[in-house]
Design a protein around this ligand. Structure first.
Ligand SMILES: [Zn+2]
Length: 98
């Protein structure tokens, strides 16, 4: 799915923010092949359009109307600078950034 070099970049990412940047870079190169649409659907994820900012996002909650952005989800803040964030699965990261 991603190259060794990109995997190294992901490992080096220290924060959630850095991780998102690396993923965006990887995905922008070839969105069709990097985007794990099929896998996400098999896991019960659905793609929705944020009613607040219009961004497409993935969720398992069919009633969810906004993306994970704090400005859209009413100030909900995902923990940043938490090292455990880096252990998020690819799917989890995709859910957050796409
Ligand atoms: Zn939004």
């Amino acid at each position: 799915m991603i190259s060794t070099e990109e995997q190294e970049e992901l490992k080096k990412a220290q924060t959630d923010k850095e991780l998102k940047q690396v993923f965006k870079k990887v995905a922008s190169k070839n969105p069709d092949s990097y985007f794990p649409t099929k896998e996400l659907r098999e896991l019960g994820y659905i793609r929705k359009n944020c009613e607040s900012c219009g961004t497409l996002f993935w969720t398992t909650l069919k009633d969810r109307k906004v993306c994970g952005d704090p400005t859209c989800s009413g100030g909900f803040q995902v923990v940043i600078n938490n090292p455990s964030q880096i252990k998020l699965s690819f799917i989890g990261v995709w859910e957050k950034i796409v």
